[in-house]
Design a protein around this ligand. Structure first.
Ligand code: SF4
Length: 362
């Protein structure tokens, strides 16, 4: 699979992709003495605080502030549009990068009042071509750089009328297809001088890129991984998610076992529920055969892509029947609300709500 690189990076690193030690090292390499405390202070002021919360008094010496201004890239995204869905409070942001690329982020209200999570895109377009997904039909234009992902978070956070407590990489793109930049963004998001989000409140989704899942498992991250399974039947999944032709279900199941082993906890699998397609008893039995020995949690997400001739959401009767059948597996089943049905149609996996206070429905 070819990976489109971000547009040629300027020589200077972007401020929004730097950790304090990296900033201090970068400035030191350019002959500017900067202590770790000073680097932390610079980054905290710019990244960790909303503009109205920034301390009035400047504590970092002028030489360092001047060097940061001159030696570090400060480019940011611009907001093209923000659209709130009055039905559910989701706010979708359309953002423009300096090269003109457009990407999306979504502010998602959580069940706890005045708290939000941010759904981030990892790529412009997507190469995975999932059959139920509008983004998949665009193809991949390019990877987003870590700073673009962090900046999307920062823009959304700074406008939120409350606290942003999490981030989910479930917007456009396949996060593990842009592994290094997504993991860098997650590190800056969870740094006390960056996004100040708990590592466990950062969720990274994947359609099942097996080598990247193995790498993730081996690196021992505290971020949460969600594998979008959607079907446990090889031929059906290959139609819905062509990635299956490259990494078959047995290989994927082995990688999921590895995640379970290294994290010692349940592995979350997402199931994009499509009426009449992947809600039958055959799926439940296939899932039992494939992963019945693995501690799982199953997230049910309504397909979020209304094509006139295409896939439909399951009605409540079909959903309840499927949930009951799944409950025989003895694993927690969580129905995720997939927001913005009316105005935010995009990725079939986009932005499931209730990441922190979910409702177990069986
Ligand atoms: S569902 Fe996600 S991974 Fe699949 S094509 Fe859409 S954006 Fe890509």
């Amino acid at each position: 699979m070819s990976v489109a690189a971000p547009p040629e990076a300027p020589a200077a690193p972007n401020l929004r992709a730097l950790l304090p030690d990296e900033l201090a090292t970068w400035l030191g390499a350019h002959g500017v003495a900067c202590t770790l405390a000073e680097a932390r202070s610079v980054l905290s002021r710019e990244l960790a605080c909303r503009p109205d919360e920034r301390p009035k008094r400047e504590t970092v010496k002028k030489a360092v502030r001047d060097a940061v201004r001159e030696l570090v890239d400060h480019r940011r995204l611009t907001v093209v549009e923000r659209v709130e869905d009055p039905a559910d409070g989701f706010v979708k942001y359309l953002l423009r990068s300096p090269d003109g690329a457009l990407s999306e982020a979504v502010r998602i209200p959580l069940e706890k009042p005045d708290t939000f999570t941010v759904c981030l895109s990892s790529q412009v377009g997507c190469a995975m071509a999932c059959d139920f997904c509008a983004t998949g039909r665009l193809g991949l234009q390019r990877n987003l750089a870590a700073w673009e992902m962090f900046d999307a978070f920062q823009i959304v956070r700074d406008e939120a009328p409350g606290r942003v407590t999490g981030a989910v990489f479930m917007g456009q793109g396949e996060p593990l297809h842009n592994y290094d930049e997504v993991l860098r963004a997650a590190r800056v998001l969870s740094d006390p001088s960056g996004g100040r989000i708990k590592a466990e409140a950062i969720t990274i989704s994947t359609v099942g890129l097996v080598p990247a899942i193995r790498r993730f498992a081996g690196e021992g991250h505290r971020y949460r991984l969600i594998v979008s399974l959607t079907s446990a039947i090889e031929a059906r999944r290959a139609t819905l998610m062509p990635v299956t032709r490259k990494y078959g279900l047995d290989e994927l199941a082995a990688a999921i076992r590895e995640v379970a082993r290294t994290t010692g906890g349940r592995v979350t699998v997402a199931w994009v529920v499509i009426a009449g397609v992947n809600t039958g008893d055959d799926e439940v039995e296939a899932l039992r055969a494939l992963l019945g020995d693995v501690p799982l949690r199953v997230n049910l997400i309504d397909v979020n892509d209304a094509r006139p001739d295409g896939y439909r959401r399951a009605d409540e009767v079909e959903m309840a029947r499927f949930r009951d059948a799944l409950s025989t597996l003895g694993v927690p089943i969580v129905r995720r609300y997939s927001g913005g049905q009316a105005r935010h149609a995009a990725c079939g996996m986009l932005a499931a709500r209730h990441f922190e206070s979910s409702t177990t429905v069986s």
